[in-house]
Write a protein that binds this ligand. Structure first.
Ligand SMILES: [Mn+2]
Length: 503
């Protein structure tokens, strides 16, 4: 019995070890209808894919009705006979846990370990790179990226077709060892132009500004359809991954194997060798275009807090030089406010906070959850195990460490080890009997938050002049250590119920 169990475990691990790109990740889950479904019904990438998937598995901050569900592959795309669209692959923690070979409740801590045990990427030869099986040269007369890629339009208000899972890879134009990978909002603006939106402080934007100052273009590759380990590793931000640190190191750590890069064919830059699709281009210095250039709408696309973002008046432009793809490429995408986005930003956030708390207060923090309701950024649940009365203060100190680690964080709920941080009913239960608002709330006013939160606005709170400034709150829902004996949850007999479930 024991032997077969061990064998099963080793088979599982060896399968996970073979996941090195999007298709091998799909193969791993494709026979489980709770994790993956396909459809051969023709679908329009304009509004229909998001309209359908909202009912299947979007969840997150999407307006209800919606739910967590399987990833969905659309095999027949209107106007694009050779391409497929996949949405929702990283849309549940359970599925990410399966694909990475980790229990889903341990994902944050596992990511923290990958940050400590990094593996640098390697570069392979072009003739070995499957991302270059098919080549479209932008110099050719009929080149039009809008006709090559089945890019989705999420809603009627969107500024245009958006690539929602384009992993941008770029480097310092004078020192290519300083590299960065990160995901940004990319809108198709013409047959060979994309606008790129950088949130303040993003590392590739710093490369761009430096190149622009010297009147140089910045070479950039946009990589789509990847091993989820690469997307998840790319979600780390400074200070956990400081400026110039290549986040592909962490993906290599997650897989315990270097990520393969390849030289682009049209520019001096790297691409992810096993990507489904690579867009090669350069960010032109001193050019800006309005994000809504092609459409009279003030809106851009649905953003992670569940509201549609405003179109930006002046964005940098990527001039596309070439597109390379696998044969019959899969365009991988997400719903902006969905659970998939929550996981992509939230799990690295959990890892970053865990690392800093372990450094500052070893052994206190049990686990961290960047909650779905805050889009993985605004709300974090911190579970602590107090060891003495001193830890009554240290738990609150852990919350301050979290706020200093991740500036976009707004609200923190502290809970004890006997509360399930992933079960919101249980967290709210702790709030009812272990929290008294006027003694257990800590307010920290006037601190930088996130510009996409509509309450962080002068019209809502006229104490602050700018956008993205707010009051941060710590809700301490833990029991004071000396009173623990009065807060013991009812214990039921420990018993295996399976016998009573058999017919
Ligand atoms: Mn970075």
């Amino acid at each position: 019995m024991k032997k077969s169990k061990n064998n099963k475990h080793s088979v599982l691990n060896s399968k996970i070890a073979t996941i090195n790109d999007l298709r091998s990740a799909i193969n791993f889950i494709q026979n489980d209808p709770n994790q993956y479904i396909e459809t051969n019904h023709l679908i329009d990438p304009k509004e229909e894919i998001t309209g359908v998937y909202r009912h299947i598995g979007a969840a997150g901050t999407v307006k209800r009705p919606t739910k967590i569900g399987p990833a969905m592959m659309f095999n027949k795309i209107k106007g694009f006979p050779n391409a497929r669209v996949l949405i929702g692959l990283m849309g549940s923690r359970e599925r990410i846990g399966k694909i990475l070979g980790v229990p889903s409740i341990k994902l944050g801590i596992y990511m923290a370990n990958a940050r400590k045990n990094i593996k640098p990427p390697i570069t392979i030869k072009n003739n070995k790179a499957i991302c270059q099986e098919v080549i479209y040269d932008a110099k050719e007369k009929n080149f039009d990226l809008r006709k090559i890629l089945p890019t989705i339009i999420s809603t009627k208000d969107d500024s245009g077709p958006y690539l929602c899972l384009g992993l941008a890879l770029s480097s310092d134009h004078q020192n290519h060892k300083k590299m960065d990978v990160s995901i940004h909002r990319l809108c198709m603006q013409s047959k060979d132009e994309l606008s790129i939106f950088f949130a303040p402080g993003r590392h590739i934007d710093s490369f761009r500004k430096k190149a622009e100052f010297m009147k140089k273009a910045l070479n950039i590759s946009i990589n789509i359809g990847l091993d989820p380990a690469i997307y998840l590793g790319s979600g780390f931000e400074a200070p956990t991954t400081p400026f110039g640190f290549n986040e592909l190191n962490i993906a290599g750590g997650l897989r315990n194997k270097p990520i393969e890069m390849v030289n682009c064919i049209s520019i001096k830059q790297k691409a992810i060798a096993r990507a489904e699709i690579v867009i090669e281009g350069e960010i032109i210095p001193n050019i800006r275009i309005p994000e809504n250039k092609n459409k009279k709408t003030n809106k851009a696309m649905p953003e992670f807090l569940g509201y549609t973002g405003n179109a930006h008046p002046a964005l940098p432009v990527i001039k596309v030089k070439a597109i390379t793809t696998r044969k019959n490429p899969i365009l991988q995408t997400i719903i902006g406010p969905g659970e998939e986005h929550v996981n992509l930003v939230g799990i690295p956030t959990e890892a970053s906070i865990y690392l800093r708390c372990e450094d500052a207060i070893p052994g206190l923090v049990e686990n961290i959850y960047a909650h779905s309701a805050g889009g993985g950024k605004l709300l974090v649940i911190i579970q602590v195990r107090k060891r003495n009365t001193h830890d009554d203060g240290m738990a609150r100190q852990a919350a301050l460490v979290a706020l200093s680690t991740y500036r976009e964080l707004k609200n923190i709920i502290l809970i004890d080890e006997d509360v399930d941080l992933f079960d919101t009913n249980d967290v709210l239960w702790a709030m009812q009997t272990r929290y008294v608002s006027d003694i257990d709330s800590i307010f920290i006013p006037g601190v930088t938050g996130h510009v996409l939160d509509p309450s962080q606005n002068n019209l809502y709170d006229n104490r602050y002049h700018g956008k993205g400034i707010t009051t941060k709150t710590i809700f301490d829902c833990t029991v004071p250590y000396n009173l623990k004996k009065d807060f013991i949850r009812t214990e039921f007999k420990k018993i295996n119920p399976n016998k009573w479930l058999k017919k």
